[in-house]
Design a protein around this ligand. Structure first.
Ligand code: SAH
Length: 346
């Protein structure tokens, strides 16, 4: 019977060092292999040219490197690139490269499908199939960094966890991936250039604050009124706004880091004066800014982007209270790469 080989990137550096010691070699080999696996993102043992052939064969006999494969790459007319990424078990997730004149942002997935049930999001319809492993998240970043160097002539500058899935429902693996992305042994990126976006899981937001994480937090709010929020994000019954608020106050007290609220304004759902007033009140609890995201339709016509007048009223109301508001126009809509459109369509 064939023994199932272990994914070598599930091992820590210490475990790799021990593996070599246990096999009669020097622990130092573990460091060399670790450098290949993360710093150089090697896809095979063959490429590890500073190891002897017998050493490479021994690794081959014990382990696999479960790297991702960019199965299909689509380029939008606005320069956005969407990768359909195949995982070792054949499942597919999507990640997006978003260029602006000054930066390249990678939007990465954290789960195959999603465990939450936001009515306006295409990914929610896929349900959650499984969590991504740390190396699968890391590889998406490496792939986009390579594409950025190729097509933008510059390395990747920012990462947002706004692809498929709810990152806080896969917290441990997301943290391990970010640890490697920010480590000098990995990609050495600054955590200040990383944003984790969540629908709002209060318990985990508090845990992140306790863990003293250095990346940014964005919360997909969409309504500051419980009944409205529950109607579009049903899990809000489990994690109501009062609990979310308490966790965000805790986050700010511990980290002193401003929160970004993501917010779409929909016709007939959250475009009334009371919706604006509720958001302004919610924004008074913790230092924050608001990103108003343009709605990207997902074929069923249930939701419609609110009128410009309604959006302007939001901007006026928030700015009058000194709250910073950005309007985020969609990128990559023509290839279904915009927020909420990732659903493995092709
Ligand atoms: N689960 C995480 C990250 C993925 S969604 C979260 O909820 O934050 C990334 C962002 O896209 C979220 O702010 C989400 O609310 C928003 N979004 C989802 N569907 C959308 C759509 N159809 N149009 C515009 N934004 C959408």
């Amino acid at each position: 019977m064939e023994v199932k080989k272990k994914d070598i990137r599930a091992l820590t550096k210490e475990q790799l060092r021990k593996f070599f010691e246990d096999n009669g070699d020097k622990a130092f080999r573990g460091n060399q292999v670790y450098e290949w696996l993360w710093g150089k993102a090697a896809h095979s043992f063959e490429t590890m040219t500073n190891l002897s052939k017998p050493t490479r064969e021994m690794l081959e006999a014990h382990f696999v490197i479960n790297h991702i494969k960019v199965d299909q790459m689509q380029r939008s007319s606005d320069g956005t690139i969407k990768n359909a990424v195949q995982l070792h078990d054949g499942l597919i997730v999507e990640s997006v490269l978003i260029p602006t004149p000054t930066r390249t942002t990678a939007c990465v997935s954290s789960q195959v499908g999603c465990s939450l049930d936001c009515k306006f999001c295409a990914t929610a319809r896929l349900k959650r199939m499984r969590n991504l492993n740390p190396d699968e998240i890391y590889d998406q970043v490496v792939a986009i960094d390579n594409e950025s160097r190729l097509y933008q002539n510059r390395p990747l500058s920012n990462i947002v966890f706004m692809g498929m899935g709810e990152p806080l429902m896969n917290y441990n693996n997301v943290i391990k991936a970010i640890t490697m992305i920010t480590s000098p042994e990995g990609l050495g990126m600054s955590p200040k250039r990383i944003t984790v976006s969540t629908s709002g899981v209060p318990k985990i937001i508090k845990k992140m604050a306790d863990d003293d994480v250095k990346f940014n937090l964005a919360v997909s709010l969409h309504s500051a009124i419980d009944e409205v929020r529950t109607s579009i994000m049903p899990f809000n019954t489990k994690f109501p706004l009062a609990d979310l608020r308490a966790s965000l106050e805790y986050w700010y007290a511990k980290t002193q880091k401003k929160i970004t609220y993501e917010y779409v304004v929909w016709k007939g759902i959250n475009d009334r004066k009371e919706d604006i007033d509720a958001l302004i009140r919610f924004c008074s609890y913790v230092p924050c800014k608001v990103n108003l995201i343009e709605y990207n339709p997902i074929d069923d016509g249930m939701f419609q982007q609110a009128s410009d007048t309604a959006v302007q009223q939001y901007i006026k109301g928030l700015e009058a209270r000194g709250i910073v508001v950005n309007v985020r126009r969609s990128r990559g809509k023509d290839i279904d790469a915009a927020c909420g459109q990732l659903a493995n369509k092709s």
